[in-house]
Design a protein around this ligand. Structure first.
Ligand SMILES: [Zn+2]
Length: 429
């Protein structure tokens, strides 16, 4: 691990402060010194990266990832991939995220019991490249809801990407199995979803007894519960039971918003807008012409989620980017689209969208005191960006605009070196 000095960079530090010119010194895996403005001379034993005015910002955090989703157009295709291929696929996707500037990811559910855990462990052991990662369980669901894909005449659980339970005792058994495997979070499908018309987004499926059991068992081991909650009743259920990570949050009323606001220091919301937006506007290519997407309820849901997100953002609820990439209509790697969606649909400024991906990202990784900001003492997860993301968030979609990607003080993508010491020669004074 070399010591690295970034000179001549414009820092977006992830605190919300305006960008400033500075030099940033990385020693080991941490940011050890930030010097505003001035140029340091004569540091020995340090690799100097002359940023030539490029932007240095915290690595991004994806709050709702499914490494095991395989860029298919149907849910069935996820499950039909055999385990061996699926493991290699999942490992490959982890690298894709890192290559696109996501230095941390929160797993939101995996497709077979141990995929996420195995990939997280391999990353941590240095066997494969990947972001910092919190491994998820499969989606736990109930008969008939999202994640139960068993056919009446082929009642084999392996057809489902979820684990189907009925009653608190079955819930306890499945939760304990995933905790034994070593997941960081348990995922519950509280509501339905418009991709499964028989259990649409406004419906609520899990009983309070089942949710309470899952939360109790999970918290006993100090782990976290994340939920799929699109319906209004499911959002309230999630907050009442102390589930910290709430995905989607589409349909709210005043009571739901009050509950979220009262718990804003505990809960994180990651809406995962890609499915709704892409199917509604570009779905024809994948078998969802506009009329079909509207009939499935996506127009109504987009209107609802926009209102909900704007209200949550005004009330100070943390809304984070990420969600449900890994389908044909929104492939892995396109995740930075979410930053633009947060501006368009949640009413964020570009700076607020960046904060949601960095400062709040560190918090959802449960490392808020040391991750997600360019700050002395923080872990050195940083991106060197060619241009100003605040002026154009779409820069973050393009890997070639990410001049360097550093995770834990190590370059995952090294800046191109034009001489032995600097990336660029300094512009003429
Ligand atoms: Zn999801």
């Amino acid at each position: 691990m070399a010591n690295v000095l970034f000179t001549n960079v414009r820092v977006i530090d992830g605190t919300g402060a305006p960008p400033y010119p500075a030099e940033v010194l990385v020693q080991g895996n941490r940011i050890s010194r930030i010097t505003r403005g001035a140029r340091t001379a004569g540091l020995s034993g340090v690799t100097v990266i002359d940023g030539a005015g490029a932007t240095l910002m915290p690595g991004m955090v994806e709050a709702h990832t499914h490494f095991a989703w395989n860029n298919a157009a149907t849910l069935d295709q996820i499950q039909l991939m055999p385990t061996e291929e699926h493991t290699l696929w999942t490992a490959g996707v982890a690298k894709t995220y890192l290559d696109h500037g996501w230095t941390s990811c929160v797993g939101a559910a995996t497709a077979k019991p141990r995929l996420d855990v195995v990939v997280r462990n391999a990353i941590n052991e240095g066997l494969i490249p990947g972001p910092r990662y919190l491994a998820a369980s499969q989606e736990i669901t109930v008969a008939g809801s999202l994640g139960d894909d068993m056919l009446p005449h082929l009642p084999y659980p392996e057809f489902s990407f979820g684990q189907v339970v009925s009653g608190p005792e079955e819930m306890r058994k499945v939760v304990r199995m995933f905790l034994k495997y070593g997941v960081d979070s348990i995922k519950l499908n509280l509501s339905g979803d418009n991709l499964t018309p028989a259990s649409d987004a406004k419906t609520t499926w899990m009983s309070d007894e089942e949710v309470a059991m899952a939360v109790r068992e999970t918290k006993l081991r100090g782990k976290r519960v994340a939920v799929h909650a699109r319906s209004c009743a499911s959002i309230k259920q999630a907050v009442r039971h102390g589930c910290e990570v709430i995905y989607h949050c589409s349909f709210t009323d005043e009571e739901a918003l009050d509950l979220l606001e009262a718990n804003k220091d505990k809960v994180f919301v990651a809406p995962g807008l890609s499915v709704i937006v892409r199917l509604l506007y570009d779905g024809a290519e994948w078998g969802f012409p506009r009329e079909k997407a509207v009939a499935l309820g996506y127009e109504e849901e987009l209107e609802a989620v926009e209102q909900s997100l704007r209200a949550m953002h005004k009330r100070g609820v943390r809304v984070l980017p990420g969600g449900d990439y890994g389908f044909a209509w929104a492939r892995h790697g396109e995740n930075a689209m979410d930053l633009q969606y947060l501006v368009k649909y949640a009413g964020m400024t570009p700076m607020e969208a960046l904060l949601s991906a960095t400062k709040h990202g560190g918090e959802i990784m449960m490392m808020g005191g040391e991750l997600g900001q360019v700050k002395e003492g923080f872990l050195a997860d940083m991106l060197l960006v060619d241009g100003d993301p605040l002026a154009d968030l779409s820069l973050l979609l393009e890997p070639r605009k990410l001049l360097a990607i550093m995770k834990d003080g190590v370059f995952c993508k090294e800046p191109e070196m034009r001489s032995s010491r600097t990336r660029w020669s300094l512009p003429a004074a």
